[in-house]
Design a protein around this ligand. Structure first.
Ligand SMILES: *Cc1c(COP(=O)(O)O)cnc(C)c1O
Length: 401
């Protein structure tokens, strides 16, 4: 069939072209890099074999044969689609089992799954706050939190990143007039790899009578017992009202969940719009997640390898003279200065066989542009040594070290 090419469509094409050209002029235009084989420690991108330092596949589970087998078995048993939203006829018994297992993993009363971590934030925040409430939020929180808040009528206070004085000031300013005060923070911040100051946040929340909501997308599988997240890492069980997790990063599949008190699960089933109006996860994905959870809890060596690799890579980057900022997790930025230097650094690393994404303004401050690295349990020491050698060579070439 012939391609049905649109004309200007009432001006739409011209409008899009103008905006896109403007992005290109400002060097803010993104092109997709195409992965041509498995999401693995060494993979092929745009025809070039590279060591992959940009994936969130922390435990290497994306390509674990046991998860693949679980997905295939679920297709044999249940078919490929779930056929409806959860509230109509799209709740399978395996959805319920996964939720019970997630609640046990997170030490909470209940859990509810969503199609993604992004929609989990939307669904949870929208089920909690109304125009009678205020949300107090870290300035570096993830886009899905920002959008989740924007979709509500709650008042909002944004505090300076991890600044406990600023958080306390926001709590003091909001003492009167609100039904609920909800503090929201990422557990691990995705650009700098730093961990939220949860013990202080929880203490302040308790002193001022607020609730705490954390998004552990980058902490699940990474921090805490068996990778149970930041609440486990800081032993704050029972003191954090809402824990968001993703099934798309360390768990190796796709999806999100909210681990919380029973009443919030009940409320989200009534109110959370992505839960009510978007089809539930397909059986193969649910089975993949269940198998990932089982493996995480029975094979601590995966978690151990992730952290051994993290410490090794970070220590050696620092020894070479790179600035890795305040990272405390497998997310390790290599801060180089201008956006132009970061772009060139990433491009040259790629040409030499290492893929590490450049992160530039406005995602980070204009003078703090960087390439961001994430090591996983799947990297071998040889992979890391090769990557470090390339970082050293290109770093010297560009005068970064
Ligand atoms: C990745 C991420 C999400 C989104 O999770 P998906 O499952 O990919 O939709 C939400 N919050 C944070 C902090 C994240 O890093």
């Amino acid at each position: 069939m012939a391609l049905n090419t649109m004309t200007d469509a009432g001006g739409l094409r011209t409008i899009l072209q103008e905006v896109l050209n403007d992005l290109k002029d400002k060097h803010l235009y993104r092109e997709l890099r195409v992965l041509q084989n498995h999401q693995a420690a060494v993979c092929t991108i745009n025809g070039r074999e590279v060591i992959n330092l940009s994936s969130n596949n922390y435990l290497g589970l994306c390509t674990d044969p046991r998860l693949e087998a679980a997905a295939k078995a679920a297709i044999d048993e249940w078919g490929v689609g779930s056929g409806a939203v959860r509230t109509i006829i799209g709740t399978l018994s395996i959805h319920q089992l996964l939720e019970q297992e997630l609640a046990a993993f997170k030490h909470t009363e209940a859990a509810l799954t969503f199609g993604s971590g992004f929609t989990a934030n939307q669904g949870a925040i929208g089920s909690i706050v109304t125009d009678q409430d205020v949300v107090i939020t870290d300035e570096l929180n993830h886009a899905s939190i920002i959008d989740g808040i924007r979709l509500t009528k709650a008042a909002r206070k944004i505090y300076k990143h991890s600044d406990m004085d600023a958080l306390e000031a926001a709590l003091k300013e909001t003492q009167n007039g609100y039904r609920l005060r909800l503090i929201i923070t990422d557990g691990v911040f995705s650009m700098d790899g730093d961990i939220a100051k949860l013990p202080e946040i929880v203490e302040l929340a308790e002193r001022y009578g607020a609730a705490v909501y954390i998004d552990d997308a980058h902490a699940s599988g990474v921090l805490g017992e068996h990778g149970a997240g930041s609440t486990s890492h800081f032993k704050l069980y029972g003191r954090i009202a809402v824990q968001i997790g993703t099934l798309s990063k360390a768990i190796g599949a796709v999806g999100g969940y909210v681990a919380c008190m029973q009443e919030l699960r009940d409320m989200m089933i009534q109110r959370a719009r992505p839960f009510l109006f978007s089809t539930s996860q397909p059986p193969s994905v649910v089975a993949t997640c269940r198998e990932a959870l089982r493996i995480m809890q029975s094979e601590p060596e995966l978690h151990q390898r992730l952290w051994d690799n993290t410490r090794y890579f970070k220590e050696r980057l620092n020894a070479l003279g790179f600035n890795t900022g305040k990272s405390e997790t497998p997310i390790t930025p290599v801060i180089v200065g201008t956006s132009e230097t970061a772009g060139k650094f990433s491009d040259r690393l790629f040409e030499e066989g290492v893929f590490a994404q450049a992160i530039v303004y406005p995602t980070v401050a204009a003078d703090k542009a960087r390439v961001r690295t994430i090591v996983t349990a799947a990297h071998t020491r040889a992979n890391l040594d090769t990557a470090l050698g390339t970082f050293e060579q290109v770093g010297r070439e560009l005068g970064i070290i």
